[in-house]
Design a protein around this ligand. Structure first.
Ligand SMILES: C[S@@+](CC[C@H](N)C(=O)[O-])C[C@H]1O[C@@H](n2cnc3c(N)ncnc32)[C@H](O)[C@@H]1O
Length: 234
């Protein structure tokens, strides 16, 4: 299948670039989120949209009881082939196969923006979190939301096509029962990721395998990247 007709996150070139991770920031961003959370080894974590489970492996090595869900069968299969011991399951963020209040934290690393209904997923996160549980999310946001249409029009589904403004992300978190306790701008990580894509694979249009002007859509919407921590108000 041409990449231009599918999902960017299933492109093997992306995983090769990020050591299995399919997004900006590397494990440094996972580490930063954990440090901000104060979670201790033994804490129960769920990674929603875990891809091949690269962050799950990192969490497990640090003593966290981590499980991951993802609806992409190719990504799950690759993750299990590389790390047969990982707790991975096929599921969508909008219907989490966990009981109410059974987790200490949910990690969403560049995955909320690719879900069709991010609010429904956030309500699910709220449901499965214990009292005062934490949502740790990093993702793309638009610094010029007026340019969103150009990004949404790109033919390949990615975190860029589903990104919204900072205000919209904050509204989503708070309306789903969370109090946002940390918001950090991490746009440099997105710029570095895009630069690496260009250096390793040429113009973004080539990488996307699509004729649409990706560069001008990006210029118009001015995407940035954030790290947020939000606490359940339950
Ligand atoms: C940009 S990738 C990030 C993957 C991983 N979190 C990482 O850090 O490398 C987005 C991930 O979200 C997953 N995804 C897509 N739709 C989803 C949904 N409805 N619920 C949960 N995950 C979803 C994709 O399969 C993909 O693995």
């Amino acid at each position: 299948m041409a990449v231009g007709t599918g999902c960017l996150y299933e492109n093997p070139k992306l995983r090769a670039m990020g050591g299995g991770l399919i997004r900006p920031g590397g494990l440094e961003l996972t580490q930063r989120a954990l440090a901000a959370s104060g979670l201790q080894p033994g804490a129960r974590l769920l990674d929603i949209g875990c891809g091949t489970g690269a962050a799950l492996r990192y969490l497990g090595e640090r003593g966290f009881r981590a499980v991951g869900i993802d609806p992409s069968l190719p990504l799950l299969a690759e993750g299990l082939a590389k790390n047969p011991g990982l707790s991975l399951a096929g599921a969508a963020g909008t219907m989490l196969p966990f009981c109410d209040g059974c987790l200490d934290a949910v990690l969403a690393e560049c995955s909320l923006s690719v879900m069709e209904d991010a609010k429904k997923a956030l309500k699910e996160c709220f449901r499965v979190l214990d009292r005062g549980g934490l949502l740790l999310a990093h993702d793309v946001y638009l610094r010029n939301p007026c340019g969103a249409d150009a990004l949404r029009g790109l033919p390949v589904k990615s975190c860029l096509t589903g990104a919204v403004s900072r205000e919209e992300w904050l509204e989503r978190f708070t309306s789903c029962g969370f109090e946002v306790v940390l918001w950090e701008d991490r746009s440099r990580a997105l710029k570095e990721f895009a630069a690496r894509l260009i250096f390793e694979h040429g113009p973004l249009e080539t990488f996307w395998d699509c004729p649409a002007p990706v560069g001008s859509a990006l210029f118009s919407a001015k995407p940035g990247y954030f790290l947020a921590m939000a606490r359940s108000t339950r």
